[in-house]
Ligand binder design. Structure first.
Ligand code: FES
Length: 129
C-alpha cells in the first residue's frame, strides 16, 4: 500500500499580469488549495489524502485546474465554493462531479465512479463536510 491513497494536485502557477495564458494563481488557486487542506485536516484525512501545490498542469484556459490521482480526475474552473463538494462527493464517496470536469476530451476520466476511500479507523464516510 502506498503512503497516501490519493493526491489532489492544484495548480498554483503564477504568470506576470497580462500574460496571454493567464494563470491559476490569479484565479484563486491558493485559496482553493488552502481550503482543501483545511477540510482534509478537519476530517482527519491528512494521512491518506494530500492537497499538493502543483506547477502548471497545461490546462491554463480551464483554471483553477486540479487533478486527482490515481484516478486521473481533471477538474477546472474550481472555486472555493466547490471545495466541500470535491471532498464529500469525490474524495469521500468516489463520485466524479460532472459540472467540474474540464470540457475537453483530452482531460476526460475513463470512469465516473471509483472505489470509496478507505478512511482511517473511526472515520465515517457519511460525515457532513
Ligand atoms: S497555470 Fe494552471 S494549468 Fe497552467
Amino acid at each position: 500500500m502506498s503512503r497516501f491513497e490519493r493526491h489532489m494536485f492544484v495548480c498554483v502557477n503564477e504568470r506576470p499580469p497580462g500574460h496571454p495564458k493567464g494563470c491559476c494563481k490569479e484565479k484563486g488557486s491558493e485559496t482553493v488549495r488552502a481550503l482543501l487542506k483545511a477540510e482534509l485536516k478537519k476530517l482527519g484525512l491528512t494521512s491518506v489524502v494530500r492537497a499538493n501545490a502543483s506547477g502548471c498542469l497545461d490546462a491554463c484556459a480551464h483554471g483553477v485546474s486540479m487533478v486527482i490521482y490515481p484516478e486521473g480526475i481533471w477538474y477546472g474552473g474550481v472555486t472555493p465554493q466547490d471545495v466541500p463538494a470535491i471532498i464529500e462527493q469525490t474524495i469521500l464517496n468516489g463520485k466524479v462531479i460532472d459540472r467540474l470536469l474540464i470540457p475537453d476530451p483530452a482531460f476526460a476520466p475513463d470512469h465516473k465512479q471509483f472505489p470509496i476511500l478507505p478512511l482511517p479507523q473511526g472515520k465515517d464516510n457519511s460525515s457532513p463536510v
